[in-house]
Design a protein around this ligand. Structure first.
Ligand code: FAD
Length: 406
């Protein structure tokens, strides 16, 4: 069968969740998810895996178990959108027709964007929590390192989970501090951004950890090249006048977060904005040119923090609006830009950053959200993974009405 009432492109966090959400509302809907991967990943736990705090095997499940019952899984990659014909073209199953479309394909991790990186990832002390197979290698390196230079990098925005580059830094430093190695190990953070964090209220609380771990902090500094065997990293550093200087740094451990862009097949499609992201209205999540198309998750142009927490809120809004659009009614729901970033500043404590559009703080709990808390750690390590698999992916939505999901 090649024709469906609703086609969802991508069976990741947002795609599976919106399928479940739509089915809960209207069980008779004929829905297909087009998704090439046979595994579904809970990526937020990879930060904990890189710190020896979570079992990597518990972060992946068979895709077949995550796609809701009575939703057709078309195991294929989409190569092209033809929104004027209400079709998507797939690599191996030809054209698939829809009445309404949800794009939830995530983003592209552009490992090739850093010269030399792909040759050395997973070797020579070069790692990244942004890959399922490499997060355990981060923990191996952290345990093995006795002394030397440990470098952690962050690429230009937007990236998914903007806090994750720092989380790797803090958790590694916490481990070395506990083992009495910090000092012999010198940690550096190089970020392309002009500030440590995008929401100002969280900067000073994070700076306290930069000082505690004696981190050499470098803003406006972008990793551009890596030589693994030579243990050298190169950065483009922008000065106050906007001049760019290339510098080199030796390392013993290098944790890289890759540059991130829109996926190529999206960039080339009529659904994209100038930067390649799916161009939706930031409140209704409806496409600005094709009213039967909606976008959720990391693939859109909405200026929220690209997180599973944001996706969890968005899928409810998009599901309500999509069903209204189907019936020719006005769209009832508006997304406020909610995203959350549980900043793992030490083992056992988290600053739970929660904010909406414009950096407006929207804390779930009635206490000061800029303080590191043990309760937030327990939430991230034990509660949220359970909520993800059992509520978010099942369309049980009371969760989406509250915050605090990272
Ligand atoms: P994904 O979940 O990435 O899913 C996209 C899906 O689209 C994939 O299954 C992919 O196979 C599929 N796809 C790709 N190309 C095609 C194609 N051509 N055709 C069809 N399907 C395609 N979020 C938080 O809320 N809190 C955190 O603490 C947090 N920490 C993170 C730490 C790390 C290290 C990482 C990597 C991410 C973290 N995130 C966190 C972010 C979170 O995982 C993402 O924001 C979330 O998964 C986005 O959901 P998505 O469905 O848009 O994309």
């Amino acid at each position: 069968n090649t024709s469906f009432e609703i086609v969802i492109v991508g069976g990741g966090s947002a795609g599976c969740a919106i399928a479940a959400s739509l089915k809960k509302r209207q069980p008779s809907l004929k829905i297909a998810i087009i998704e090439p991967s046979d595994k579904h990943y809970y990526q937020p736990a990879w930060t904990l895996v890189g710190a020896g705090e979570f079992d990597i095997n518990k972060t992946a499940r068979p895709m077949a178990d995550c796609i809701p019952e009575d939703v057709t899984w078309l195991q294929a990659a989409v190569t092209e959108f033809k929104p004027d014909e209400k079709q998507v073209i797939t690599e191996n199953l030809g054209a698939i027709h829809y009445a309404q479309l949800v794009v939830a394909a995530g983003l592209k991790l552009n490992w090739e964007g850093i010269k030399g990186l792909t040759d050395t990832l997973g070797k020579h002390g070069v790692t990244s929590n942004y890959r399922y197979d490499l997060a355990p290698y981060t923990w191996k390196l952290v345990q093995e390192l006795q002394s030397g230079e440990a470098i952690f990098t962050q690429p230009p925005m937007p990236i998914k989970c903007a806090g994750a580059p720092q989380k790797a830094l803090y958790l590694s430093c916490a481990d070395w501090l506990e083992k009495g190695r910090l000092g012999k190990i010198k940690a550096s953070f190089y970020t392309s951004t002009p500030a440590l964090f995008g929401v100002k209220e969280y900067i000073e609380p994070l700076m306290q950890y930069i000082r505690r771990y004696k981190v050499n902090l470098n803003l406006n500094s972008t990793l551009v090249e890596v030589d693994g065997p030579g243990k050298t990293a190169w950065f483009n550093v922008k000065d106050a006048d906007g001049n760019v200087n290339r510098i080199s740094k030796p390392f013993d451990l290098l944790h890289v977060v890759p540059p991130q862009t829109a996926l190529d097949f999206l960039k080339q499609s009529p659904l994209a904005n100038a930067d390649g992201w799916v161009e939706v209205d930031q409140h209704s999540l409806q496409h600005v040119r094709y009213p039967e198309v909606f976008g959720v998750g990391d693939c859109t142009n909405t200026p929220n923090a690209k997180t599973a927490a944001a996706a969890r809120k968005q899928v409810v809004i998009a599901a309500e609006n999509l069903l209204a659009q189907r019936e020719g009614k006005a769209l009832p729901s508006r997304y406020d830009g909610y995203g959350s970033c549980p900043l793992t500043v030490e083992k056992g404590k988290i600053i739970l950053a929660e904010f909406g559009y414009g950096g407006k703080l929207v804390p779930t709990f009635p206490w000061d959200s800029t303080k590191p808390r043990r309760s937030a750690w327990l939430l991230k390590k034990y509660v949220l993974p359970w909520l993800y698999w059992n509520l978010m992916l099942k369309g049980r939505e009371w969760l989406a009405r509250c915050g605090a999901c990272g």
